[in-house]
Design a protein around this ligand. Sequence first.
Ligand SMILES: [Zn+2]
Ligand SMILES: [Zn+2]
Length: 475
Amino acid sequence: MSSVVETRTATPLKTPAPLKMAKEEEPADMNIPDNYVAWTLKTQKPLPPVTLNNWWKELNYLSLSILTIVPTIAIIGACYVKLRWETAVWSVLYYFVTGLGITAGYHRLWAHRSYNASKPLQYALAAAGAGAVEGSIKWWSRGHRAHHRYTDTELDPYNAHLGFWWSHVGWMIIKPRRKPGVADVSDLSKNEVVRWQHRWYLQLIIGMGFLVPMAVAGLGWGDWAGGFIYAGAARLCFVHHSTFCVNSLAHWLGESPFDDKHTPRDHVVTALVTIGEGYHNFHHQFPMDYRNAIKWYQYDPTKWFIWVCQQLGLASHLKVFPENEVRKGQLTMQLKRLRETQEGLTFAPDVNELPVISWESFQEQSTKRPLIVIGGFIHDVSDFMDEHPGGHHLIAKNIGRDATTAFFGGVYDHSNAAHNWLSMMRVGVLHGGTQHGLDDKTVPPSQRLRIARYNELGSGNASSTAWSDGEGLLG
Ligand SMILES: [Zn+2]
Ligand SMILES: [Zn+2]
């Protein structure tokens, strides 16, 4: 097996030349080898590690400047410029406008194609997204698609395994040790709005990042300086860290209700700080779904915005994954948790582990210790006789006898808890003691819906499931 992998890692498998498409139409991942990830990790060496001797050469000074100068302007500005309530309201509003440019535009529309947007909506989202100053749609989507394809690996640009701060800002400030894994964005290269944004990107970030928020506050209520400091710089700082949280907080805090193979998590706090991108475990499982939150009461303003756009005729073809597949993911995780609970409990000894004892031997041994036959099993009740809720005497009178009828409703129809407890007292199987097929008498209730791993089942192609394992059948 390993030798097959070895030979394949050395040679990238190329598509035959005649099948190649014209250069400009060719997706970036068209001719990658089938073993691309292993091949890349093996053949392309990462940059040397960042150390105390080289760190200053390994910084991305443009990103570092933007991420430090903007908050510095906001903090110093706030000391000198009084915050007016109109400007405060406008800053929050503009935070949502530019944030939605990233979440509804860059992320769900362009990176994931989770819905179709009309041209006016696309231009609005492209302009709003530029106001968040996080790179062009094309650059952002290329990185994000690689993040989804190579989640938690060295080819994931925001690899959460390298720590919270790396996935939050580190990956932008320090030059990456590897190029992000290949991801195709040829669809975006053909998009007129994406190209327009790419072409005018510098003008758009100055205009949408600072001039528009200043102009609204200046022309609206004469607060030019406040517009610059609060709706410009402070708002930009908040939008930055809000959207960065999708790569850091959403891969760190919360639950994995759909799959725990990778780091993405669901948490309401992440949703609150990211305009609804907090149900990231769901999102990584169903990335082309226009929703992040699937329940109506969960906070996902980005989903609500896209839905409103649909009602206004600005968006269409909102993609939703089939409910049946979503629930399969949830079921798998629920079974997994139940299995953990199950593994923490002790169950009755397996029927195959118990000695088979004849009626005569049972009779003889029950003169030395209190043994009772119920449902074909021999039980040692010595520690239980005084605990029996029905009284010591009912146990005592059945020692050396078959109490099946009395136990199963003849005297008292015992509870599930009693059945479970009784099964723990099993010490042997009575030879020829019971008929076949009496599962309800021989399988304790706690084991009737046992969670079995697929490799514990007879057939290797079944997945983890609940089943009645037939324990206790004699034969
Ligand atoms: Zn993610
Ligand atoms: Zn995504």
